[in-house]
Design a protein around this ligand. Structure first.
Ligand code: GAR
Length: 203
């Protein structure tokens, strides 16, 4: 049975697009992207989802009223749709331990650096690349990892290094890391984890 995948997003959704394209090309044979859920209204990722014929949901923390209600609303959608695997693809909301425990071994995230560098609370999006450039590293990259209660602290699944070049800005570095690492690693990890879930029903 194909594993049923939910992709959680907050923004532009280029990593979501990489997953959709890979699925379309037959590159995720063990999984099926069933729905996309955004915690931001009007996120462009939702348009990408609809264009690919996927169900698209929005649940905001503000609408929900509390962290607990926010996570309950997300869980309801995931359960109603029989989701097996959650992929965080630029999903910038924090998830509590209750949530990560409930989905242990069934949530993965893409982070735009080589963990354990430039990760944890406050390190998201362009901030990660600003920090890497400020530190003067010559190599950065991307990491796909399991999600647990520690931000960016779960077991590492795949990593890929990308060179930092003279004259890089946070934007040019972000683009290179997306093109050379993120958009390749995330679909690859999705297939790996789906296959693993198919084989032994978990980690
Ligand atoms: C990506 O670079 C992703 O790695 C990063 O946000 C961007 C989302 O872009 N995620 C984090 O920083 C998580 N800590 P996208 O919406 O175009 O995929």
């Amino acid at each position: 049975m194909k594993q049923r995948i939910a992709v959680l997003v907050s923004g532009g959704g280029t990593n979501l697009q990489a997953l959709l394209d890979k699925e379309q090309a037959g590159g995720i044979p063990s999984g099926e992207i069933v729905l996309v859920l955004s915690n931001r209204e009007g996120a462009y990722a939702l348009t990408r989802a609809r264009n690919a014929g996927k169900a698209a949901f929005t649940v905001t923390r503000k609408q929900a009223g509390s962290q607990e209600a926010f996570e309950q609303a997300i869980c309801r959608i995931l359960e109603e749709n029989g989701i097996d695997l959650i992929i965080l693809a630029g999903f910038l909301a924090i998830l509590s331990r209750d949530f990560t425990d409930r989905w242990a071994g069934r949530i993965i995230n893409i982070h735009p650096s080589l963990i354990p560098s430039f990760c944890g609370a406050g390190f998201y999006g362009l901030h990660v690349h600003e920090a890497a450039l400020a530190r003067g590293v010559k190599v950065s990259g991307a990491t796909v990892h399991y999600v647990n209660e520690i931000p960016d602290g779960g077991e590492i699944i795949l990593q890929k290094a990308v060179s930092v070049l003279p004259g890089d800005t946070p934007e040019t570095l972000q683009k290179r890391i997306m093109e050379e690492a993120e958009w390749i690693l995330l679909p690859e990890a999705a297939e790996m984890v789906c296959r693993k879930l198919q084989e032994n029903g978990g980690k």
